[in-house]
Design a protein around this ligand. Structure first.
Ligand code: RIB
Ligand code: CA
Length: 319
């Protein structure tokens, strides 16, 4: 049965691959909408990037909404030093022909959740500001969210500071609201997603004769700023695609139910996710936390899906 999802995102190269993957399988995933949030780059740019990615996928009809321009309490930190000035370094995507919808992303989230007959799963790929605002604006929508599938946090070292992963570092207060909401959560922290490195061997399944695949390869083969990936391994870590891959192929992932707490106090640990992997604290779990994944199989299947986008674009051109 087709699963209805919303993607909340801050594209970002790994967000881009996650969105392309989700759009490539319309029989499995109905992408009801994409909500942009400030994160990797400013929200004006993450919104344009989401539109560009939908256009690349041949899916310009997918509605895109601009959301929060900054975190709930802290100043905005962006990551151009990693993803480039426009957030999609390595891709050469034209300006979008479509415009974002007028409605603010948070208003869209509350309205579509209230109105949806089918439960909706939300893939949260950036700072959780939009999600937290929706939960505060309309607490009743928490019961309308089937599951939040979140990329964020770290069981061990962070990637923005020694303590904190980027998405939770940018907006720790939003993350705290979300993890205290009672909404079912599946969490992909860095120790899991750094297993999904786009190594040359894992890129072999992509064929650069296809327009979409060529853009993906160009993005994933670009020189990595600042040297090797923090997580080790040769290539860019594909953090965000893990969330969509889990929706499609859960058998490739293993995890356990844990208590997750977010540090909101200013200081060297702000944004830290304390993940009680061994259940020492005795607190009831509030998330299913992923620990390991079969990255080779994930990339093999992603390559086939993205190839399918090129086949569709080719078919359309032949019509
Ligand atoms: O820490 C990695 C996360 O931060 C990814 O979602 C990446 O796109 C950035 O948003
Ligand atoms: Ca992201």
């Amino acid at each position: 049965m087709t699963k209805r999802i919303i993607i909340d995102t801050d594209p970002g190269q790994d967000d881009a691959l996650a969105i392309l993957l989700a759009l490539s399988v319309p029989d499995e995933l109905e992408v009801a909408g994409i909500t942009a949030v400030a994160g990797n780059v400013r929200v004006e740019q993450t919104c344009v990037n989401a539109l560009r990615i939908c256009q690349l996928a041949g899916r310009p009809e997918v509605p895109v909404f601009a959301g929060a321009a900054g975190p709930l309490m802290r100043p905005l930190h962006t990551a151009e030093f990693i993803c480039g000035a426009d957030g999609l370094a390595g891709m050469a995507l034209p300006a979008p022909r479509q415009a974002a919808r007028e409605v603010h992303a948070v208003t869209y989230l509350t309205e579509v959740l209230r109105a949806s007959v089918k439960p909706i799963t939300i893939c949260a790929l950036g700072p959780l500001t939009n999600i937290a605002l929706a939960l505060r604006m309309a607490p009743e929508v928490a019961a309308r969210i089937e599951r939040l599938v979140i990329m964020g946090g770290a069981r061990d070292l962070g990637n923005m500071t020694a303590a904190a992963e980027f998405n939770f570092f940018v907006d720790p207060h939003a993350a705290a609201v979300v993890f205290d909401s009672g909404v079912p959560i599946t969490l992909f922290p860095l120790n899991a997603t750094y297993q999904a490195v786009a190594s040359p061997a894992r890129l072999a399944g992509f064929d650069d004769t296809g327009h979409v695949q060529a853009q993906v390869l160009s993005m994933l083969r670009r020189e990595r700023p600042g040297g090797a990936s923090l997580g080790g391994g040769e290539g860019h870590p594909m953090h965000d695609p893990c969330t969509v891959a889990w929706l499609l192929w859960p058998e490739l992932f293993e995890g356990r139910d844990c208590r997750v707490d977010i540090e909101t106090a200013e200081g060297p640990t702000v944004g830290r996710s304390t993940i009680d992997w061994w259940g020492r604290g005795g607190q009831p779990p509030n998330a299913h936390v992923i620990g390991t994944l079969d990255a080779d199989a994930m990339f093999e299947r992603m390559a086939l899906c993205v190839r399918g986008l090129d086949d569709k674009v080719t078919e359309k051109a032949a019509e």
